[in-house]
Every structure is written in structure tokens, then in C-alpha cells.
Design a protein around this ligand. Structure first.
Ligand SMILES: NC(=O)c1ccc[n+]([C@@H]2O[C@H](COP(=O)([O-])OP(=O)(O)OC[C@H]3O[C@@H](n4cnc5c(N)ncnc54)[C@H](OP(=O)(O)O)[C@@H]3O)[C@@H](O)[C@H]2O)c1
Length: 339
């Protein structure tokens, strides 16, 4: 299978280029009972060392991850190597008043042991506070050099249009996107392309499901079957819908067959497909260890032919048709948070 160099791609018109593969560091600083469970600092340290060595420089956290411990762990690990990494972190929308934004940004800077954040994202759309005031404050922080690029996450057409009209140069919209979650292709991705805002994908492997490591849906850890792909009566699910389990199984079988034919892993094919989508700046994937990182690098650097891309489109289209264009995969209809 042909592959290409690990590219750097522009974050829209912001002037910042980042690696096409980014590593999600949500698990960092985690202990038993946290979303991703316990994560040893030494494993995280080896992972980051390998990332920097291999040119995977974009590292993603949020103030909310493990109550700030993900940012703290990343800060500890990057001490002395800060300049080699591009750090993205996020503020919760409930804190988006001018004074709280400043306070929360300072707190993230302290936890990350740095004096600038490369990409500072609003984690979800702002519903409770003034959007113009929030973006004005972010612009001031950018002018002051505390953040280099303003980003957003989970912003749909309405919210993104409003934000982009308020502040030129928004660099990134971080969104749930993968072969089985293609809702954003209907409107959000075209809008990002039109407004020159880079898309950074999360759930790129659908929390590992696209690697094919589980043979049946019942084997998947319940915390990973809460999305609209799965029946709404599964544990901790909150969407209440029917799911698309038959279509998901058929699509996974289809992806596996193409991967086998090409001699690559399913997860690599899923990441290669994402990296080939026009408008995608960065494919974010969580990685537990260096072996997963190496595999994911091979994935994003695959050179997939138009024929393979078309077959992947066809094999996953029934899931897209069933789940529709709503890009919120945990809630839907009038409860959807993405507008
Ligand atoms: N903006 C947002 O609202 C938002 C929401 C969620 C996540 N995120 C970001 O996205 C990052 C990634 O999280 P995600 O939820 O999107 O998960 P994901 O990247 O779809 O899946 C990550 C998980 O897949 C498994 N995996 C990764 N590479 C693999 C490989 N090569 N082979 C086998 N398994 C592999 C690992 O889990 P196991 O080994 O445990 O199976 C890993 O923890 C987070 O760290 C966070 O930075 C952002």
C-alpha cells in the first residue's frame, strides 16, 4: 500500500500549521473511575516522546478532562519541550463570560506550565452567555499573545456563522467525524470549507470500534455504546432512539473486507479515509501506547485511491442515511446541541 509523508496542514486562515495526526490526551492524569480509566504517567510520557520524535506535534486536552488533571499531566510531561508541541485546550461554554474566560485561560496556562496556548477552543456552543462578548474576550487574549489561535468545537452552521462573523481567523472547528458518523458532511463541513476554517476530527475511530477489535456490539464496553449508532436502551445512553445496529455491523464488515484486501488494519483505513476528506486539517485519535500511535501514523499517511474512497463511501452510506445529518451523536432532535 502506498503511503505519503506525515503532512502539516493549515488551521484555516490562522497562519498556524499542524500535523495531520493529533493525539487526544483526555486519558492523561486519569484514575480508576474516570472516563478512560487509569493512565500511568510513564506510559503517557513515552507516548509523547514518540509523538514529538515522529512529528505528531498536535496534542489535545480540555480543562474538563479528568477535572484538569489531563492538562496537568501534559504540562508535566512537556516541561523543557514545550516549544516542540502544539497544544490545543478547551473552555466550557458555561464559563464564557469575559471575566471567567480570563480566569479559566490563566488556570489552563498554569496547569499546562506554559505562557501561551496554541489553539484555545470553546468546547460546545455558548447558550447561557453573550456570544459577542465571549469572542471579543478571546480576541483580546489572542492580541495579548496568551492564545495563538481561536477555535471552536461542536459548532453547527448557525453557531459557526455567528462566531466567524464576529472574529476573523477562527482556525479550527473540532467535530465528531468518522466513517460511521458522517452527519457533518451535509452542511457543516461545506461551511467550514467555504469560511476557511479547518476541521479537526474527534471520535475518529469511534472510540476504537472502527479498529474492529470487538466482534459483536455486546462486547463493546457500555461507555462506548452511548451514541445514536446503538439502541437507546443500552446503559447510560440518553438519545432514546432505535440506533442503527444492523447498518453499523454491515458497514464494519464492509470496511474489514476492504482493509483485508488492501493488507492494512481497519482502523488505519478509517483514519486514512478521514485524512483524505477535503477540509479536514487534523485527524485526532486517542492512543494508549506507542504501538497504537505508530499504527495511527500509518493510517493517516495511507494513499487511498478514488476507487477505495468510493467503496468506503458506499459501504458506510446506509449508516449515514439512517442517522441523518445531525452531528450530535449523543442526543438528537430537539435535544441536539449542534445547531
Ligand atoms: N471536542 C469534543 O467534544 C471531544 C469529545 C470527545 C473526544 N475529544 C478528543 O478526542 C480525543 C480522542 O477521543 P475519542 O473519544 O475521539 O476516541 P477515539 O480517538 O475515537 O478512540 C480512542 C481509543 O481508541 C483506541 N485506539 C486508538 N488507536 C488504536 C489502534 N491503533 N488500535 C486499537 N485501538 C486503538 C484506544 O482505546 P483502547 O485501547 O482503550 O480501546 C483509544 O483510547 C480525546 O482524547 C479528546 O482529546 C473531543
Amino acid at each position: 500500500m502506498e503511503s505519503r509523508e506525515l503532512e502539516r496542514r493549515p488551521c484555516g486562515a490562522s497562519g498556524l500549521d499542524i500535523s495531520v495526526l493529533g493525539v487526544g490526551c483526555w486519558a492523561f492524569g486519569g484514575k480508576e473511575g474516570d472516563y478512560w480509566g487509569a493512565q500511568d504517567d510513564n506510559d503517557a510520557r513515552s507516548l509523547i516522546a514518540a509523538c514529538l520524535e515522529r512529528g505528531v506535534t498536535y496534542l489535545d486536552v480540555a480543562e474538563a478532562y479528568n477535572d484538569g488533571r489531563s492538562e496537568e499531566a501534559l504540562g508535566r510531561i512537556l516541561e523543557g519541550r514545550r516549544g516542540e508541541a502544539i497544544i490545543g485546550t478547551k473552555i466550557g461554554p458555561q464559563f464564557c463570560t469575559p471575566s471567567l474566560i480570563r480566569e479559566h485561560c490563566e488556570a489552563s496556562l498554569r496547569r499546562l506550565r506554559t505562557d501561551y496556548i496554541d489553539i484555545y477552543m470553546v468546547h460546545w456552543p455558548i447558550r447561557e452567555h453573550s456570544v459577542p462578548e465571549a469572542f471579543e474576550t478571546l480576541k483580546q487574549l489572542r492580541d495579548e499573545g496568551k492564545i495563538r489561535v481561536i477555535g471552536v468545537s461542536n459548532f453547527g452552521v448557525r453557531d459557526l456563522t455567528e462566531a466567524a462573523d464576529l472574529v476573523p481567523g477562527i482556525g479550527i472547528n473540532q467535530l465528531h467525524y468518522n466513517l460511521l458518523s458522517r452527519g457533518l458532511e451535509a452542511e457543516i463541513l461545506p461551511l467550514c470549507r467555504k469560511r476557511n476554517i479547518g476541521v479537526m476530527t474527534y471520535m475518529s475511530l469511534l472510540q476504537g470500534i472502527l479498529t474492529g477489535k470487538w466482534k459483536t456490539i455486546d462486547e463493546i464496553p457500555p461507555v462506548r455504546t452511548r451514541t445514536r449508532h446503538f439502541r437507546g436502551d443500552r446503559p447510560d445512553s440518553r438519545h432514546g432512539g432505535p440506533g442503527a445496529e444492523e447498518e453499523v455491523i454491515a458497514a464494519l464488515d464492509g470496511i474489514r473486507a476492504i482493509a483485508t484486501e488492501l493488507g492494512v488494519e481497519m482502523g488505519q483505513l478509517a483514519l486514512g479515509w478521514l485524512a483524505a476528506q477535503p477540509g479536514v486539517t487534523c485527524v485526532l485519535a486517542g492512543a494508549r501506547n506507542v504501538a497504537q500511535l505508530e499504527s495511527n501514523i500509518q493510517g493517516v499517511t495511507l494513499k487511498l485511491s478514488d476507487d477505495v474512497l468510493a467503496r468506503l463511501d458506499a459501504t458506510t452510506r446506509p449508516v449515514f442515511d439512517k442517522l441523518g445529518s445531525d452531528a450530535d451523536y449523543w442526543q438528537s432532535g430537539s435535544n441536539s446541541r449542534i445547531r
